[in-house]
Design a protein around this ligand. Sequence first.
Ligand code: FES
Length: 177
Amino acid sequence: MGCAVCQDMLEVDAIVDGWGADDEFVIEMLQGVQGRFRYLPQAALERISERTGADMGRLYHIATFFKAFSLEPRGEIAIQVCTGTACHVQGSARVLDAFSRELDVKPGKSTSDLKFSLDGVRCLGCCGLAPVVTIGSELIGGVDSSKVARLLKKHGRSAAGSTRKTAKAGAEEGANA
Ligand code: FES
């Protein structure tokens, strides 16, 4: 077993210790793990269960109930397209489609190189700027689908980068379905 895994478990242990291995704080522990790994690895859930006595069913329930948690690896840069009412009226569905097409990834998923993840989310609280998108920590208003390729480039997507790779993976996935 590679020691990257041991190192990861030490980090999970540190998070659990930070909450006194008390099962009342499993949500906080899961937040810590999500923040560190950008998702909740199965091994981390098992470790939290082992250390706190919380059963795996409860941990999975929490992990799937809250949108902030993911059981799959997430992209380094989170892209969120607001699909709330004001943004929807201003065409956010087309913006979400454009991101999905450019990255060749479905909403709720991440690119195969784990550079980006894409989600449609509820009102981001700045409806006056509709349609609104966040890319990493940047909030951008007045986005239309023609700006999407440029926005991705600005955030480090090379023209021939992840997209081609994911397109190939997607085609293979489709062929195997
Ligand atoms: S509906 Fe999009 S920010 Fe409110």
